[in-house]
Design a binder for this molecule. Structure first.
Ligand SMILES: NC(=O)c1ccc[n+]([C@@H]2O[C@H](COP(=O)([O-])OP(=O)(O)OC[C@H]3O[C@@H](n4cnc5c(N)ncnc54)[C@H](O)[C@@H]3O)[C@@H](O)[C@H]2O)c1
Ligand SMILES: [Zn+2]
Length: 362
């Protein structure tokens, strides 16, 4: 079964197509938007070269000139060096504003290729083909693209909406289980911030979700895209504050990732722990019932996600959070739930309360 979610952003609107085997229909899907075959630059993660070859073959058969460019796997590819190489290769491949950039891979390649599309020749149309669960439910939708500088993640980039997102659920078959499960944390996040029925569906289908049951996966991806699209439609460029609700659990998670050292915990694992800390903090502040905290913890556990950090150093994490952009005058702002399905921005959280929550989840 296939599913389409539309992101409504006036002239920047686009469709997200979700289904198994969609890569086989790539030329037709692309023709529905770009009509004549032309030049496509396929920027792909070297770990998913087989999907790139498949996509490339289909497009060549349909009359496209294709320039495949391989990117080494891993966060370190979101760098100035890598984007410079990419621009140079695009130039050598005679890329111009009439070309099309196709990104195939997880969030790393999506962010890098997205920024290449946003910047080269002052902007080229982009098609996202995300192949990790995290990129399918989060990074490929919403138009944030960019790279890192040493010590500053995602600091250079652009808002550049894709012209189309093609999610072939079959690509998840080859995704390592731990990477896949990590992506489920962001799905649970949408449930807590916005979609109580998605939260309930996850509770009822946790085992099938972990087992990559195709119908369950399609539903989870489609609902997550619907949630992300709804938030992005309200606040495309993060100006009204609405888009900040997507950061639920992330202030803690970023501190965990930075203190625990990148690489030890996957992003989604840190987000799950961060969500538990945020829920505990909300409970301490009298904003959330204990039963909701327990319900969230039970779901995260059922999804095989962690909710505690064995060696949390609250003081060290607090110091990291101080440097987070959400700090104002030494007091932190947090996205905190009031119930499953609703969150609020809470200003002026004290160090004592935040550190208590970190310790309580340790
Ligand atoms: N732009 C946004 O809105 C946004 C949102 C969230 C995260 N991000 C970014 O996304 C990045 C993380 O993305 P990610 O979690 O997808 O990581 P990733 O892109 O590094 O992919 C994870 C690993 O999975 C491998 N892989 C990818 N697809 C595979 C498949 N189908 N089968 C087997 N292996 C596969 C990759 O080679 C890589 O080793 C971060 O850089 C983060 O900043 C961006
Ligand atoms: Zn995240």
């Amino acid at each position: 079964m296939q599913h389409t979610v539309n992101v409504q952003l006036a002239e920047r609107s686009y469709a997200i197509h979700i289904g198994r085997g969609l890569l086989n229909e790539l030329p037709e899907r692309i023709a529905s938007r770009f009509h004549k075959p032309g030049h496509a630059v396929i920027i792909f993660d070297q770990g998913v070269a087989a999907y790139s070859r498949h996509a490339s073959q289909g497009l060549v058969d349909a009359g496209w000139r294709v320039s495949p460019i391989s990117i080494p796997s891993g966060e370190s590819s979101k760098s100035v060096d890598q984007i410079a190489k990419l621009w140079q290769e695009m130039l050598e491949q005679k890329t111009d504003r009439g070309s099309l950039v196709i990104a195939i891979g997880g969030g790393v390649v999506g962010d890098l290729a997205g920024f290449a599309a946003a910047s080269f020749a002052r902007g080229i149309p982009l098609v996202q083909i995300p192949t990790t669960l995290l990129s399918q439910v989060d990074s490929s939708v919403g138009g944030k693209t960019g790279i890192n500088l040493p010590g500053a993640k995602n600091i250079v980039g652009a808002f550049w909406q894709p012209s189309m997102v093609i999610i072939d659920s079959e690509t998840l078959d080859s995704l390592p289980r731990r990477e896949y499960v990590s992506g489920l944390a962001e799905v649970a996040k949408y449930g807590v911030i916005l979609m109580p029925e998605l939260f309930e569906y996850l509770e009822q289908n946790a085992a099938l979700a972990i087992g990559k049951d195709s119908e369950v996966v399609r539903h989870l991806v489609a609902e997550s895209c619907r949630a992300k699209a709804a938030v992005v439609q309200e606040d495309e460029r993060e100006t009204s504050g609405r888009r900040a609700i997507l950061n639920y659990g992330h202030t803690f998670a970023h501190a965990i990732e930075s203190v625990a050292g990148y690489g030890k915990l996957l992003h989604g694992e840190a987000v799950a722990i961060g969500m538990h800390m945020a829920a505990l903090l909300a409970q301490r502040l009298g904003r959330l019932e204990a039963s909701a905290v327990e319900r969230q913890q039970k779901l995260l556990t059922a999804l095989d996600l962690p909710t505690s950090l064995s060696s949390a150093d609250a003081k060290q994490m607090w110091d990291v959070m101080q440097h987070d952009k959400k700090v104002q005058h030494g007091k932190l702002r947090f996205i905190l739930p009031t119930r499953i399905g609703h969150v609020e921005l809470v200003e002026g959280v004290s160090a004592e309360d935040a550190c208590w929550a970190i310790q309580a989840a340790s």
